[in-house]
Design a protein around this ligand. Structure first.
Ligand code: FAQ
Length: 315
């Protein structure tokens, strides 16, 4: 490409960002912008799909028919979110198949949170309330992200995530109105999921490699620490309202800042989980690989059918 053309294209791209006009698939964009989006959207899509596993674990053991129907619908929603996001990623020229293989080999990441086990029914409450709660906090601003297909996918996803968050909180409310054992089970789930939920927002701003550039490109609208603080501020009163205790001795309302102060995250644990050494990383990848192998015959049959139809049309 001629140099002056490239400069014009870059200027037009920057002007669109400045005016908050969405970048669309056929628009010119810098290679690094495209690469960052493919990385983030694919990580997001993989998270939705792997995120089905900890809750899928409880569908057959839900305590009654209503709980089972709701949980089933929620897990199906997550599959849908994965599909929208893979489609958004494909508009950038990336291959879904390759991207999924990258996740299987550990080259592509997915959210750290899904590498923790779901040990009791109360974990379904904690996951909906905290994990979907954190996901919404992060994703509502992404409805205004600069890349059109990603922003539009986020609108529907956020509507569904907000139902997910409420169903999780409702499970926690019900348990907290129950027996002493049920209350203890809810508290135990909060104890195990609180810190991993805070880790979902990513490394602290000081250690985040991509935040500044992504904010300049209006891909991210807030930093990791800003969103984490918003989540803590919104969630602590919800815990207090139903009699749960946040497992953080340093948690304290700071009148001057108008925010909660909270304790230091165990970053060593975070990086261990991100680099594949969390409690369930190996199990999650093995389950996804098995699903790929088990579904191979369906994909092969669909391809053969499509070929046959094409040949028939051509003859
Ligand atoms: N886990 O420089 P930054 C859901 C990586 S959806 C694993 O700060 P960035 C719905 C990061 O990729 C949950 N890796 O990166 C649901 C980078 O690695 P790289 C998923 C993480 O991109 C609910 C490195 O660390 N949501 O839960 C994590 O600017 C219930 C440096 O980090 C999204 O994906 C982590 N937590 O900010 C489903 C939202 N954090 O590539 C089922 C969209 C960071 O350099 C059930 N994504 N890393 O090797 C984002 O907003 C951003 O990508 C962040 C990270 C905020 C996650």
């Amino acid at each position: 490409m001629k140099e002056h053309n490239l400069a014009d294209l870059e200027a037009a791209f920057n002007e669109k960002l400045k005016q908050d006009i969405r970048i669309e698939p056929k628009d010119w964009m810098p290679d690094a912008y495209r690469k960052t989006l493919i990385r983030q959207i694919s990580q997001h899509a993989h998270s939705e799909i792997v995120g089905m596993l900890p809750e899928g674990n409880w569908i057959t053991r839900a305590p009654n028919l209503r709980r089972k129907a709701v949980l089933l619908a929620k897990v199906q929603d997550e599959a849908g979110h994965g599909q929208y996001l893979y489609s958004a990623m494909e508009t950038l020229g990336a291959s879904r198949e390759e991207s999924i293989d990258d996740m299987h080999t550990g080259k592509a990441k997915y959210s750290s949170i899904f590498n923790y086990p779901t040990l009791t029914w109360a974990d379904m409450g904690a996951v909906g309330w905290l994990v979907d709660g954190a996901a919404i906090m992060n994703q509502v601003p992404l409805c205004r992200t600069s890349y059109g297909p990603y922003a539009r996918a986020m609108v529907r996803i956020c509507k569904e995530e907000s139902f997910h968050q409420r169903q999780g909180y409702e499970i926690m409310c019900t348990l907290m109105k129950g027996s002493e054992e049920q209350k203890a089970m809810a508290q135990d789930a909060l104890n195990r999921f609180w810190w991993p939920a805070l880790m979902m927002f990513g490394p602290s701003d000081a250690d985040s490699t991509h935040t500044q550039q992504s904010i300049d490109w209006k891909i991210k609208r807030h930093t990791n620490d800003e969103l984490r603080q918003m989540f803590v501020d919104a969630t602590v009163p919800q815990a207090e309202l139903i009699g749960l205790t946040i497992p953080d001795k340093d948690l304290k309302w700071n009148e001057e800042r108008g925010h909660y102060d909270f304790g230091e995250i165990n970053w060593d644990e975070f990086w261990q989980v991100v680099s594949g050494n969390g409690p369930c990383n190996a199990e999650r990848i093995a389950t996804r690989l098995k699903a790929k192998e088990d579904g191979m015959w369906v994909r092969e049959a669909a391809m053969a059918h499509a070929e046959k139809k094409k040949a028939k049309k051509a003859s």
